[in-house]
Design a protein around this ligand. Sequence first.
Ligand code: ATP
Length: 463
Amino acid sequence: MSKSPDTQRPPSQSHGAASMEKIVSLCKRRGFIFQSSEIYGGLNGAWDYGPLGVELKRNLKNYWWRTMVHERDDIVGMDGSILMNRLVWKASGHEDTFSDPMVDCRSCKARLRADQVINKKGEKQCPTCGGKDLTEPRAFNLMFKTYVGATEDESSITYLRPETAQAIFVQFKNVLDVARKKLPFGIAQIGKAFRNEINPRNFTFRSREFEQMELEYFCRPEQGMELLEYWKEERLKFYENIGISRENLHVLTVPDEERAFYSKGTYDIEYEFPFGRQELEGVAYRTDYDLSQHQKASGKSLEYFDEETKHKFIPHVVEPSAGVDRTVLALICEAYTEDEAPDEKGKMETRTVLRLHPRMAPIKCAVFPLLKNKEELVAKAKEIVDRLRPHMFVFYDEGGAIGRRYRRQDEIGTPFGVTVDFETFGEKDGSLRDTVTLRERDSMKQERVKISDLPGILVSRIL
Ligand code: ATP
């Protein structure tokens, strides 16, 4: 629930070619991300993921789930509803305090988050028009209000959840009973969250509808601080394992005065976006605040019974809470590069490459027949597609010169390309029969591999 300003930060120096303009344009052109409701003029703060974007997002969520749930003994998953009883949001404190301070500019009518106001030598200015006639900040609740059922009155009010975490807290007892885990253990969840942000900005970075990947890791009080450090390190490793370089990550220790009052320690893991250094994930030690609040408000015990000491107590919790959309954006920013490569005639041209980690890449391998009008090449290429499909998402492309086809795949981050040529039929050299060219995206190096070895080689490189 911590808030950090997203203006007045220096633009990142580390991105070279990756300007936001180029990234937004690539995302639209190649079908990663579109504006929501575009044909009606869009809806501010809402985005749609196209055919490639949905794959990238899914790969990210699957990898998070794999490393957080499947590869561990101490974490289980759940999938909570978006609509919950309003009392949840009263008890959690969201109804009263989940707000940003908002300021209006009387000159240009801009609505601003108070931290977006420019402070010039002690004088406040509107960042849009430079006007100095600003209202005093007032609290603006970020939750989307809605009504459940046919009557629209006070008794039917609830909210679209502004975070996924509360479903985990209120189901703590049910999950504990069925999972039969001992402390420390965690509950993980991925799902949509909604915040009526005053000023959605920076492409998908600050949206009104977004997805979170959250873990609530329950522990004994004395383990909290140590586990906060542990999870910060684990999460940094995660980002490196999806291809985000350590040098573009930054850990901010949230100062005491900016931390939620119940938190004993919070780190923000930040990324050097082209528009400045911004939060990707918060890792917070939230003490026993959430479970205590829900126990108090619901009157139901949310205690843990320690079989060794025969004591009951409310567990403490460490929460790594990451944004799916922000991480997808970071992956694209990190991967975007331009280099020089020879065209069909050997002339150097600019090549746009998304150097996505193979494990994140939407398409893992593209398969090409050298020529589309040679039946045997086409048939062999399609046979290879069928052979690879059970293992990964592959793409078949027969249109245009082979160099063009490679470029199209480079631009969307496909790490491997397989070309079927006349050598595959051993026309000149019998020892090359049933082999293909395997091309690697970043180095553009080509190797000759046996078709029967392809699934094994590729699977080992994309896992
Ligand atoms: P910020 O200060 O940027 O508003 P926050 O500190 O309020 O973020 P948390 O409540 O800690 O964010 O939420 C956890 C994560 O959810 C964030 O680190 C971020 O990745 C994601 N997130 C939060 N708000 C948004 C949003 N409006 N759009 C996209 N992702 C978001």
